[in-house]
Design a protein around this ligand. Structure first.
Ligand code: GSF
Length: 206
């Protein structure tokens, strides 16, 4: 018998949030299984050899990861509200945005994890290197957005979702990084995104 599709996720992961928002925007039903990959009793490695969330479990038990593969899959299974353009050029432009926004979240997650280690083991050089990526990534996203309403122009798509999840993660874990003041256009688009139900329902929580 076919089982309902599942999403294995933590409630703090910006990548899992991106998948949850895409599924909600596309009205795809699934069961959310909360699992923290850092916990001693985690089952994530049974579904993803890399031990990372998010993981999407299909009806037949096959698994998909990482988040970029999952969202591409979700966009292809339902015709509701395309989030990735069909045409190669605009499609690549959206995926570039996604790579940039995810990259900022990745750097932030690495700094967060490093700072959780005992102080004497932490590398300030490593932290600074990744804080540099966050700063440069924010600048690039702000420059690329310019005065547009959405990341790639007039239409809301996956690039906006990825950007919103990345900024939301910074707001959650690094309130001291004042990107709203340094990049007012990112602040504006973030507020616009946060009006959407799917964003409201997935605010990171511990
Ligand atoms: C990143 C997933 C990831 O870093 C994706 O899905 O897009 N490129 C992947 N997940 C983190 C949690 S979080 O920071 O979002 C994770 O599962 N880390 C556990 C570990 O062992 O690294």
């Amino acid at each position: 018998m076919n089982q309902k599709m599942k999403l294995i996720a933590s409630l703090t992961s910006p990548f899992a949030r991106k998948v949850r928002i895409v599924a909600a925007e596309k009205h795809i039903e699934y069961q959310l299984v909360v699992d923290v990959p850092w916990a001693a009793d985690t089952h994530v490695p049974e579904f993803n050899p890399l031990g990372k969330v998010p993981v999407w479990v299909l009806e037949d038990g096959k698994t998909l990861f990482d988040s970029r593969v999952i969202v591409e899959y979700l966009d292809s299974v339902s015709p509701v509200g395309h989030l990735l353009p069909r045409e190669p050029r605009p499609r690549i432009a959206v995926k570039r945005w996604e790579a940039l926004a995810d990259g900022v979240a990745d750097a932030a997650a690495l700094v967060f994890v490093e700072r959780k280690r005992p102080v004497e083991l932490q590398s300030q050089e490593w932290i600074d290197r990744h804080l540099g990526k966050i700063g440069a990534g924010l600048q690039a996203m702000s420059d690329d957005l310019g005065t547009q309403v959405w990341c790639t122009g007039e239409y809301f798509n996956l690039s906006d979702i990825a950007l919103g999840c990345s900024l939301g993660y910074l707001e959650f874990r690094f309130p001291e990084i004042d990107w709203r003041r340094s990049h007012p256009n990112l602040s504006e688009i973030y507020d616009r995104l946060m009006q959407r139900q799917a964003f409201k329902e997935t605010i990171p929580a511990v």
